[in-house]
Ligand binder design. Structure first.
Ligand code: ADP
Ligand code: 5GP
Length: 187
């Protein structure tokens, strides 16, 4: 079966989660990898759907057992992509990894066919507005997320595709075009 792997990255608050959710509503055949994290769930987040919320002890145990395709620490919490889950899913369907730039570049080492897609904001001001509008982080957390922005954007030239999330519908259309072109290339 033809399946493609797409890693979607971009600064926190740029709209990755929103774009992926809309894309998956259109493309029900595509799955999304659920990462493990040690951070606390935000209001409305569901264990096993948004993330697997696990303790630091559990995370470190799984990491030592080689259970993560890649992992990283952000803002004092661990995040990792469960390896067995990705391998199993890819046998059945296309899959999205929603991970940061370091994670995506590491995933590409395991899966050279993985398409790297970066979502960028139309401007820094707009990104700040979105992060603040989400009301899920403290002011200090918003600042630390913004500080990482330059680093994330500096990796854009290592990516296969860059999508500007100005208008949400446009960004979802663009992601769908990329997905369809990858499928065609595989056929
Ligand atoms: P990420 O997953 O990248 O951290 P989210 O998907 O949580 O970001 O989006 C951050 C905030 O920005 C949310 O409140 C979301 O509704 C809003 N948002 C996403 N895309 C757009 C867009 N194109 N225009 C305006 N607001 C947007
Ligand atoms: P958030 O706490 O906002 O959901 O995510 C914080 C950061 O962790 C984001 O940049 C997000 O892309 C990244 N992230 C989420 N899951 C993973 C993962 O499995 N691996 C890595 N390396 N980063 C992740």
């Amino acid at each position: 079966m033809n399946s493609v792997l797409m890693a979607i990255s971009g600064p926190s608050g740029v709209g990755k989660g929103t774009i992926v959710k809309k894309f998956l509503e259109r493309r029900k055949e595509v799955g999304v990898s659920v990462s493990c994290t040690t951070r606390a769930p935000r209001t409305g987040e569901v264990n096993g759907k948004d993330y697997f919320f696990i303790t630091r002890e559990e995370f470190l145990r799984r990491k030592d057992e080689g259970g993560f395709l890649e992992w990283d620490e952000h803002f004092g919490n661990f995040y990792g992509t469960p390896k067995a889950f990705v391998e199993e899913q890819l046998k059945k369907r296309s899959l999205i990894l929603e991970i940061d730039v370091v994670g995506a570049l590491n995933a590409k080492k395991h899966f050279p066919d993985c398409a790297l897609i970066m979502i960028v904001p139309p401007s820094v001001d707009e990104l700040k507005k979105r992060l603040e509008g989400r009301q899920s982080e403290t002011e200090e957390q918003v600042c630390s997320r913004l500080q990482r922005l330059d680093y994330e954007l500096s990796k854009a030239d290592e990516y296969d595709y860059v999508v500007v999330n100005d208008d949400l519908e446009n960004a979802v259309n663009k992601l769908e075009e990329i997905y369809l072109s990858l499928l065609t290339k595989k056929a």
